[in-house]
Design a protein around this ligand. Sequence first.
Ligand code: PLP
Length: 358
Amino acid sequence: TTYNFNPGPSPLPQEVLDHAQANMFNFEQSGMGIMELSHRSPQYEGVHNQTIKQIRKLLDVPEDYSVLLLQGGASLQFAMSAMNFLPADQKAAFVMTGSWSEKAKKEASFYGQTYELATSKANQYKNIPEVDLSLVSPDTAYIHYTSNNTIFGTQWTRFPNSDQPAIVDMSSDILSKEVDWNTVDMAYAGAQKNAGMSGVTIVIVRNSLLDHASENVSPTLSYKQHDKANSLYNTPPTSAIYMTGLVCDWIEKNGGLKGMKQRAEEKAQLIYDEIDGSEGFYTGHADTASRSNMNVTFNLPSEELEKSFLAKAKAEGFVGLNGHRSVGGCRASIYNAVPKEHVEKLISFMKEFRSVNK
Ligand code: PLP
């Protein structure tokens, strides 16, 4: 057995893989695989519109928001959000909670002025910082947040309610819990962690914000253009969109986002309990109040023990437990599709390793 704890791309539900195996290469007995269908065909348009409908339903997206299916990954959204929503005489505020916030700010800086509104960098990004909204400068076009910090293992529970639009990178926790749309004006996420396979990026944007988007952006990079064309302006990543649709169906069958949240909390708690009960053998990176339910980051007493832990884990079928190359240590990514039994296997392994090495 392979126990896949990869941070993304990451496991898909077995039911989704089984369904894809049966249909992806012969879609509805048409003699054509999904990737062989014209994106202008009624068959593909059915898949496309159904996937958008399912995203809207699961996330309870309000009527006055548009759902777009784009390419370029979440990384392109770092730049594209600025190209579309950052006029020359305004600034974008960034709440810095890790490497992805840093990358988001850096990409945006090529298209306009940016500043840090809050940061936990001095605390090695162990916590979600307090945001003092009185520090938001009046010429702020939007505030950017990273809802779950894949590398450091921290997660927001709710976003500040500001007058300025909030743009949120939800790449590593989309579809794992409900979203309060009162506090989010635009959300975006690469699909490859919780929402399918790499290739498609989900963008959900409030229409009143979209109305203000720059007209001075090339059509391929314009949210307005993609919205007008129902994300069929150019060829969309058809197979990836198909997979996202299947993942949405699976989530719906498994209790929707309430079900996903409960599963995520249970799985994360199991690992945090082992960390907290290990008498200092395992130490969590994140401060307790900021812990993520998606990526559990931890260290062992020495780098040597970490190496040995990872090597032994690998030999027993665990994949992807090494921390990000920028921070080291260990990380278990436990997105929606990771079965609870795999987390239980990991706990047994952690207990065993601890008893032998303490
Ligand atoms: N944002 C977050 C929070 C991520 O975890 C990642 C990838 O791991 C990205 C952005 C980058 O996504 P992509 O590789 O789709 O550009």
